[in-house]
Design a protein. Structure first.
Length: 263
């Protein structure tokens, strides 16, 4: 089984980490069988499974249900689960809801935000709950951000992301997930941090990549982000072949290329 120690060792030796979202038994089984090291049960299920226009309607009960399904299908990957919108607005709620997901099989929880999460991160870590901090474009804050837009393009915001990531690392965050930022910022953040940095739309220099299951297979009918690639096109072997090709391209550094990154 892959663990946090596995991911730390991979960063230390420069081996890329392949990650994917999964929401049910079959997708988790398929992902873990092709060598995915990290599976995220993401609140993106609100859109790709439940059909909402954002992740905001997702509840902790929704996350717990899908976490149970994924755990049954997983063989080897480290399992991470999102704490959904407003489930960690204070330290006590963070503990209560993280415990729900850990009991269902999560081995780490993911929170969206910056330095304001430091106390919750410290509290969870002290009580044996590993934390991934999600920064850059944070979909739960889409209304505040004014839509799904690239973050960290001006120098002040770029430096703020780096500074706040260091605060969260010091508070105990085991992973930083950075979404939808210029490639140069993804690279700078990866160099600045000791913990693994997983990117989605953050360029090829991060320690690993993650994609939503339905995006990776070209299944989601919504507007496709620039960083999305359909690995089912041009590969053989169906879904398993597409997943294996995704892992291969992440490991080799072929994905993401300039076409799927932000300048």
């Amino acid at each position: 089984m892959h663990t946090i120690a596995t991911l730390n060792s991979m960063k230390a030796r420069g081996e890329k980490i392949a990650s994917v979202t999964a929401y049910d038994y079959c997708s988790a089984f398929a992902a873990s069988e092709v060598g995915i090291e990290l599976i995220l049960v993401g609140d993106s299920l609100g859109m790709v499974i439940h059909g909402h226009d954002s992740s905001l309607p997702v509840t902790i009960h929704d996350m717990a249900y899908h976490m149970r399904c994924v755990k049954r299908g997983n063989n080897k990957a480290l399992l991470m689960a999102d704490l959904p919108f407003m489930s960690y607005y204070c330290e006590s709620k963070s503990l209560e809801n993280a415990a729900v997901l850990m009991r269902e099989g999560a081995q780490m929880v993911k929170l969206e935000g910056g330095a304001w999460l430091a106390e919750s991160t410290r509290l969870l870590t002290e009580r044996g709950i590993p934390v991934c901090a999600h920064m850059g474009l944070t979909p739960q804050s889409v209304n505040h951000l004014g839509g799904y837009r690239v973050q960290g393009r001006d120098p002040e915001k770029r430096q703020a992301i780096i500074d706040e990531a260091l605060v969260l690392q010091d508070a105990g965050a085991c992973i930083i997930l950075i979404e939808c930022v210029p490639e140069a910022l993804g690279e700078e953040l990866t160099r600045a941090l000791d913990v693994p940095v997983i990117g989605i739309g953050a360029g090829s220099a991060t320690d690993g990549q993650i994609l939503v299951w339905h995006d990776l297979l070209g299944l989601y009918p919504g507007k496709k982000a620039k960083f999305v690639k359909n690995f089912l096109e041009g590969t053989t072997g169906g879904i398993q072949g597409a997943l294996a090709e995704y892992v291969r391209q992440v490991k080799s550094g072929e994905f993401p290329d300039a076409k799927h990154s932000y300048a």
